[in-house]
Design a protein around this ligand. Structure first.
Ligand SMILES: CC(C)(COP(=O)(O)OP(=O)(O)OC[C@H]1O[C@@H](n2cnc3c(N)ncnc32)[C@H](O)[C@@H]1OP(=O)(O)O)[C@@H](O)C(=O)NCCC(=O)NCCS
Length: 325
């Protein structure tokens, strides 16, 4: 049966130049490199300059992805930006990036699912591309979490970083089998009962302030491993695949211990896992496309390979996608 698939035709990323090490944070709050590395695996993170809002960070990743894809930007008729740190309450950061790319056709909008945002955005783009609603999509995860961190709170400020990653997807014919190139499955979930475990304590519609990130770390950790394993199990049930079939597992990069525990639960060997959390920290919606871009650029992820992504974030939200690269 001939169907449409969303194929990844390009991938790119951008990290702000400034690197903040654990030692630098230890000079500001009561923490240590040893504590941060042992609990999270994070050694450093990038922080955007004052004149680098999320739209600029996202634009640079988008330009890299478009160059990698070798297409004219005007071919893109759908732009979705996953971000929890938009430049403005409105308009959407996606429209700023659209204008900067010189694109005036199609639609551009933001998706808000915090750290799961890239998976939600990819699932949304896939629906448009596979139903004929768009022909070429740019899906961007872009964040400047440094701006919503309470730099006095050692329990959260050591965990996050800034950056962006992007993929270009094109609708292309497939046979409807797992051998097709493109997005093969997506699963997204949310459960708003857990709002207080991970949230920002401000907003345009409530406090009229931006607010700071608040988190019950232990609770988030506990739910993360369970929810992530559940969403991937749905993928395995739907496809008949197992952890041993996955060429590259590219999880949301929040914490090395969550990544390892999830890979173990799913039977995925650690040498098939792409890890960037040590150098990027948790870049929320940007973490997966940043990791994809790195492994794509250095030749680990090759065309035709099976790539599994998953993420969990505030809400709670969580989800996964299986892609044949
Ligand atoms: C945040 C996290 C690393 C904390 O690790 P933990 O083992 O759960 O640690 P706890 O929160 O229980 O804190 C243990 C102690 O370390 C302290 N602590 C917290 N942050 C610290 C820091 N940066 N440096 C030193 N000590 C710290 C706590 O105050 C606490 O001290 P106490 O025992 O005297 O009260 C861990 O819970 C985690 O990674 N959670 C998931 C977070 C996440 O991934 N969020 C994003 C999801 S998208």
């Amino acid at each position: 049966m001939s169907i449409l698939r969303s194929q990844v035709v390009g991938c790119g990323s951008y990290l702000p130049a400034r690197i903040v090490t654990n030692a630098e944070l230890a000079a500001r709050v009561d923490t240590s490199d040893e504590w941060i590395v042992q609990r999270t695996g994070i050694r450093q993170r990038h922080v955007a300059a004052d004149d680098e809002p999320t739209s600029i960070v996202g634009l640079k990743a988008a330009q890299a992805a478009i160059t990698d894809a070798g297409i004219d930007p005007t071919e893109i008729d759908l732009i979705i930006v996953a971000t929890a740190t938009p430049d403005h309450t409105f308009p959407a950061t996606a429209t700023q990036i659209q204008a900067a790319l010189g694109i005036t056709g199609g639609a551009a909008f933001d998706v808000q699912a915090v750290c799961s945002g890239f998976v939600f955005a990819l699932a949304t783009a896939d629906k448009f591309l596979t139903t004929g609603g768009a022909r070429a999509a740019l899906v961007i995860g872009a964040e400047t979490f440094s701006r919503i961190l309470d730099w006095e709170d050692r329990a959260t400020c050591v965990l996050f970083g800034d950056g962006a990653g992007a993929v270009v997807l094109k609708a292309a014919p497939g046979e409807g089998t797992l051998a097709d190139r493109g997005i093969l499955t997506t699963h997204i979930r949310s459960d708003g009962r857990y709002k207080d475990k991970l949230y920002v304590d401000g907003g345009a519609g409530s406090t009229k302030t931006v607010g700071f990130l608040r988190m019950e770390g232990k609770e988030v950790f506990r739910h993360a491993v369970t929810n992530l394993a559940e969403t991937v199990r749905h993928t395995f049930e739907q496809t008949g695949l197992s952890g041993a079939d996955i060429d590259w597992f590219v999880p949301h990069q929040a914490n090395r211990r969550i990544i390892d525990a999830t890979a173990d639960k799913l039977g995925i060997s650690h040498d098939h896992v792409v890890v960037t959390v040590d150098r990027h920290g948790n870049t929320s919606a940007a973490s997966i496309p940043l990791a994809l871009a790195e492994a794509h650029a250095d030749g680990r992820i090759k065309q035709g390979q099976l790539v599994l992504i998953e993420a969990m974030g505030g809400g709670f939200t969580w989800g996964s996608a299986l892609i044949r690269w």
